[in-house]
Design a protein. Sequence first.
Length: 157
Amino acid sequence: MSTIRLYWEDFSVGEVRDLGYITPTREEIIAFASQFDPQPFHLDDEGGKASMFGGLCASGWHTCSMAMRLMVTNFLHETASLGSPGLENIKWTKPVYPNDTLRLQTTVLDTKPMGRRPDVGMTRNLWEMFNQHGDKVLHMEGWGMFRRRHPATPESA
């Protein structure tokens, strides 16, 4: 377990973080699809070739999972994260193919204290994932909950 360095007070609107790279293999794409999204274009080369994607490609849910892995490994482990109430505006803007190198970037869009929990603050974030050509393959937005370093008092909340 890593040491907590970042609390809700440490996040600023407009702050951008690069959260690393991940490269899915053909085997990983097929394994994920076999278990969670068994559509033909995620399962084998022929199914991919017969689709509008022109080849085997990762499930969008696999792309989201890879983004989450980068987020946890390269960021959330050093924060006072308390999870998320959910994501919205999920868009898979380009297919992800085997051996694409993907980069995750997150931008803080908003911050606010949580009304009923003076010890918790929320950040609204934009997550964007790009392939090795600079093409955006994933766009999603959502709120994260973080412990506050200095919980609000009832009169300051």
